[in-house]
Write a protein of this length. Structure first.
Lengths: 110, 109
């Protein structure tokens, strides 16, 4: 099975940088995903890592270390609209299941 | 427009009355999945399907059924709903990353 941990809540200020961490213990691994979910809406895809290292996509970057079972999502130049829940998810080796963490609620204040 | 659709979006029903939540995708994805999302528990997988006529249980399959007779559709069936199935349900399909439907908020009284 998969066990995924991420902080429950974080706060940050508009214009700042925030890092959301995710640790996982898995019986198999074939990629780590980050999703953004605004209240009452569907999750939307942000990033994907399958190899170690940093993937950058505009204001968002995601890092993976498979040996440490660790990932982070970095959000730069925070905007009010970035207030949302951020979900870390791990895909199993068989590409059959995606297990989600409970999500990190990020509140961006002026 | 590439999308996953679910119907209904909101449903209030009573214990024991069979219901079906439909899910359809127009991206020709082979993989589809159902999740439920509850406060404090996050998204949990109910069932998934790797292709037509191929379905398998996720983490919380009890009380649910699915079918996959065609690639685009993956309905979720609650034969005898109970109050503990009150939740927000998401259907998803994927080739690479998962695309989620808008969600169905179900209340069972």
């Amino acid at each position: 099975g998969q066990n995924i941990d991420q902080p429950t809540e974080m706060t940050a200020t508009e214009g700042a940088i925030v890092q959301i961490n995710c640790t996982y213990q898995t019986s198999g691994f074939n990629g780590l995903f980050w999703y953004q979910q605004h209240a009452g809406e569907a999750p939307t895809f942000l990033s994907y890592n399958v190899l170690d290292g940093l993937e950058e996509k505009g204001r968002f970057s995601s890092f993976l270390s498979r040996s440490k079972g660790y990932s982070y999502l970095l959000l730069k130049e925070l905007q009010m609209k970035d207030s949302a829940s951020y979900l870390c998810a791990v895909r199993d080796e068989g590409y059959s299941t995606l297990t989600f963490g409970k999500g990190t609620m990020l509140l961006v204040s002026p | 427009e590439a999308q996953v659709t679910q119907n209904p979006r909101y449903l209030i029903t009573v214990t024991g009355k069979k219901l079906t939540v439909t899910c359809s995708q127009n991206m020709n994805h082979e993989y589809m999945s159902w999740y439920r999302q509850d406060p404090g528990l996050g998204l949990r997988q109910i069932y998934y399907s790797m292709n037509v006529e191929v379905t398998d249980k996720g983490d919380v399959p009890e009380g649910y059924k699915v079918s996959r007779k065609e690639k685009r559709n993956f309905p979720l069936i609650l034969e005898s709903p109970s109050p503990n199935q009150t939740s927000l349900y998401f259907c998803a399909s994927s080739l690479y990353e998962q695309y989620f439907g808008p969600g169905t908020r179900l209340t069972v009284t």
